[in-house]
Design a protein around this ligand. Structure first.
Ligand code: ZN
Length: 106
């Protein structure tokens, strides 16, 4: 999750939504992530940027951004292989995303 956090935040902060990104990071329970943006858009509108973000992570090579002692207090807790594998699984879920399954039923 930590590696996904570093790569996802880096991607999003350099994406077309860069000016709207407030936060991307793991939930405390570590069962998912929060993506907090300025504004109030329907979640389905984020399908493409999330797909791009997790495609970036799944295909990432090289040094993980921010993974140094100076930049992160837990910089040794990185698993690029695991992050890529989990991102591929999530991309399969995202491919099935519809407006109906982005919100809790009322
Ligand atoms: Zn970190």
């Amino acid at each position: 999750m930590h590696t996904i956090e570093h790569l996802g935040a880096t991607y999003l902060r350099n994406s077309s939504l860069a000016d709207e990104v407030i936060y991307f990071g793991p939930m405390g329970c570590r069962t998912g992530f929060y993506l907090i943006l300025q504004g109030n858009r329907p979640p389905i509108e984020l399908k493409d940027i999330l797909t791009d973000t997790f495609s970036f992570i799944a295909g990432f090579h090289g040094d993980i951004p921010g993974a140094s002692a100076e930049e992160c207090g837990n910089y040794t807790d990185m698993d690029l292989t695991g992050a890529k594998a989990e991102s591929l699984k999530y991309l399969a879920v995202l491919s099935q995303l519809t407006a109906q399954n982005t919100c809790y039923p009322e």
